[in-house]
Design a protein around this ligand. Structure first.
Ligand SMILES: [Zn+2]
Length: 723
């Protein structure tokens, strides 16, 4: 930790050694771009102020609201929170204020910490049951505040949707946050499970002051369960709350004696110079703090992948071996077998008709060809197979793991079954062993999880989560499976997500270097909790060039580009320019090709090989390490759009330029991050323009002009600062 991070205990006021209850404490934590002051009052802690160093601070008008009661045997027992000075702690990286309640006997730790010398600060609350009785606790937000604001101050909010299913027409929302506006953004692992559901957000939002500094704050949630962020502006108040989703109410969760509730970890960061500057800090922080060091150590991360889904469920040994040969010829890094390889849903053994020699021989063949080997698995789904080792939804030993009994006429879909509740200890143990078996027996370098990993809600009354309210419970069928909506949905997700994290943490310990892809039906589990437990995300479930670019545009506001996977599917490409446009629409982050490459023409094949080579030699380094700027409006398929990467250390960058199907043949991209007085050599990779020298001033104010004659085409423009 560098000298930029400090905590200073500003004051420690004790009314006397014997009356620690009256003690108060104030402390400060700081990183390069975020600083806060926290106070411990006798009965409640408070985030007093927060901001970007040197900018006006955001002053908080309220203390944290701690749970006012617990339930014991269905009776509310009030908590009497008292500050415990001796148990509290403040140092350069961490402040913990401890509050205790004597009867019921509870300990609450209210913690802030720095994780890096730059970037946001993390916060969470832990409530431990020190009582001898089982307790039920109500909703405890991770963080709530009430900033004092100038009623006339213009504020702008930014939030981004998940690319779940298909990116919507909006995706990235920039909203003038006016007086009277109340906003709630929610996240779960489901996205639009019902048509009436609103779009889910990546659990993060940003508020920017519309002045010359373009500063403000952003906050996000490191958890994949049901969470929400709420903001409300009224007069001189901007209230915010982040944490588990309290809707449907009432939330309650069980704490046996000795157990603890951990609120989802949230982070709060300051910034100036607008959202891309905030994003460039946050992406670097996510990589350093949440990312897997073993993954980032691999110089080939992000990988280029060839995936078998271009042929759908038809994959077999012959197809796989042919694809491996072609993958090696194309120069990709990994061969990825998608759905279709298994005996049945829940029966995760190779189909003997398709893979008579098993899967390990396929993996070994990939390895012989210098490729890594990845596999799709829907490992929380049960089916009806009666083979040994299969998870059968009707097996009396495991039937209770399903969120509800499935009717007699139920059948799984070809690659989707009934989700088990991972929060049940026996289910979690089975799943952990099954994932371990799959990774070991099939010689995997990568495991992709799909389907719905986390139960939506649960009708069972004998699981660790709260029982559902039988009068307010809805069981319905969608996508061939049964889902439950009830007041316990948030608590169900709280337990199941912790089990998922636990299983993947174990996998990482046992298999360093194993890649974990978070798919979950395409872009529905994109959040900072899964960023801490997986290595890359499928960011949408729609794979045409426009959807891929839209999902990338949205998601890249908050997550490292290397973690953002686009699947490139078959798309009409009458001209080679269209073919490059199709490939490059998935080449700004992690590239997975999902089309039958053996069906490409010789010209397309040669072109793809050249593009993959370029990705590995030039583009990958930018995707890993460079700053990223959104240098156009969000892609609409008609107008031009583009992304700029700029690596300030190497003084080198690239602009991905895309022309839509509109009439406009020429476009100027206003670049960012350059030095106005410096000169830059500009090189058009496809030779659509003449290579030349341009000043930083011109590139940032007049723009980088690009001309493309063909609709749905692209260009890559490399930029090098002259010495
Ligand atoms: Zn359950």
């Amino acid at each position: 930790m560098s000298a930029a991070t400090r905590a200073v205990i500003l004051g420690l006021v004790c009314a006397g050694a014997a009356s620690a209850a009256l003690a108060q404490m104030t402390a400060r934590l700081r990183t390069f771009d975020s600083e806060l002051v926290v106070d411990a009052s006798p009965n409640t802690p408070q985030l007093a102020s927060f901001g970007y160093p040197g900018q006006p601070l955001w002053k908080n008008r309220t203390s944290e609201v701690l749970i006012p009661f617990v339930e014991i045997s269905r009776t509310q027992v009030p908590c009497n929170w008292t500050f415990n000075t001796a148990a509290s702690h403040a140092d350069g990286n961490r402040v913990v204020f401890v509050y205790e309640s004597s009867n019921p006997h509870l300990r609450l730790s209210w913690e802030w910490r720095t994780r890096e010398a730059y970037g946001p600060l993390e916060h969470y609350i832990r409530i431990e049951n020190l009582d001898t009785r089982e307790l039920w606790i109500p909703m405890q937000d991770s963080l709530a505040f009430d900033w004092q604001i100038d009623p006339r101050e213009p504020l702008q909010q930014l939030f981004v949707e998940k690319g779940a299913n298909t990116p919507s027409a909006a995706g990235t929302h920039e909203v003038s946050f006016e007086n009277g506006l109340h906003w709630i953004g929610t996240s779960s692992t489901y996205g639009d499970i019902k048509e009436s559901d609103s779009r889910e957000i990546i659990p993060w939002t940003l508020i920017e002051k519309k002045d010359s500094a373009r500063g403000g704050w952003y906050a996000g949630i490191e958890f994949s369960g049901r969470t929400r962020i709420a903001l409300a502006r009224e007069g001189n108040s901007l209230k915010g709350a982040l944490g588990l989703d309290p809707d449907p109410a009432p939330f309650r969760t069980r704490l046996a004696p000795g157990e603890a509730f951990d609120s989802p970890v949230v982070f709060l960061g300051g910034f100036r110079d607008g959202p891309d500057a905030a994003g460039n800090t946050l992406r670097r922080w996510v990589r350093a703090v949440l990312g897997n060091p073993d993954t980032w150590k691999n110089p080939n991360y992000p990988l280029v992948v060839n995936n078998s889904w271009g042929g759908g469920m038809e994959v077999n040994e012959q197809i796989a071996l042919r694809m491996i040969r072609d993958s090696a010829e194309l120069g990709v890094d990994m061969f990825h077998v998608d759905a279709g390889w298994f005996r049945d849903v829940g029966d995760w053994y190779p189909n003997p008709q398709k893979f008579p020699h098993g899967l390990a021989v396929i993996a070994d063949d990939a390895h012989k060809h210098g490729l890594k080997f990845g596999l799709w698995v829907d490992w929380t789904q049960a089916g009806l197979s009666t083979e040994h080792g299969a998870l059968n939804a009707r097996d009396p030993k495991v039937r209770d793991w399903m969120v509800t009994d499935v009717p007699a006429d139920w059948k799984p879909e070809p690659f989707k079954g009934q989700t088990i509740d991972l929060g049940v200890p026996a289910a979690r143990q089975w799943a952990g062993q099954e994932v371990e078996r799959i990774v070991t027996d099939y010689h995997l370098d990568m495991l992709e999880h799909d389907g719905y990993l986390v139960a939506h809600g649960c009708a069972r009354t004998d699981h660790p989560h709260a029982a559902p309210d039988p009068l307010n419970q809805c069981v319905y069928k969608t996508w061939g499976a049964y889902f439950v909506d009830s007041s316990n949905s948030t608590d169900v997700s709280y337990h199941a997500v912790q089990a998922y994290y636990d299983i993947y943490s174990q996998m990482r310990k046992k298999h360093p270097g194993l890649f974990l892809e978070v798919c979950n039906d395409g872009g529905r589990m994109v959040d900072f909790g899964s960023a801490a437990h997986g290595d890359y995300f499928s960011i949408t479930d729609t794979y045409d060039p426009l959807s891929n670019r839209r999902a990338f545009f949205d998601t890249s506001h908050v997550l490292p580009a290397a973690m953002l996977e686009s699947y490139v599917e078959k798309w009409p490409t009458p001209r080679i320019e269209n073919f490059r446009y199709m490939l490059r629409s998935g080449m700004m982050g992690w590239l997975t090709i999902m089309t039958d490459t053996n069906a490409w023409s010789a010209e397309q094949h040669a072109e793809a090989k050249k593009e993959i080579d370029l990705y590995k030699k030039e583009l990958r380094a930018f995707i890993r390490d460079a700053s990223l700027y959104h240098v156009s409006p969000r892609p609409d398929g008609v107008h031009w759009d583009g992304i700029e990467y700029w690596d300030a250390e190497r003084k080198r960058g690239v602009v991905f330029a895309f022309r839509g199907n509109g009439e406009e043949k020429t476009h100027a991209f206003l670049l960012q991050g350059l030095v106005p007085s410096a000169h830059y050599s500009v090189q058009f990779y496809d030779h659509s323009g003449t290579d030349r020298q341009i000043s930083g001033e011109d590139l940032m104010h007049d723009g980088l002009g690009v001309t493309l004659d063909v609709a749905n085409s692209s260009e890559l423009i490399f930029i090098q600062q002259s010495k």
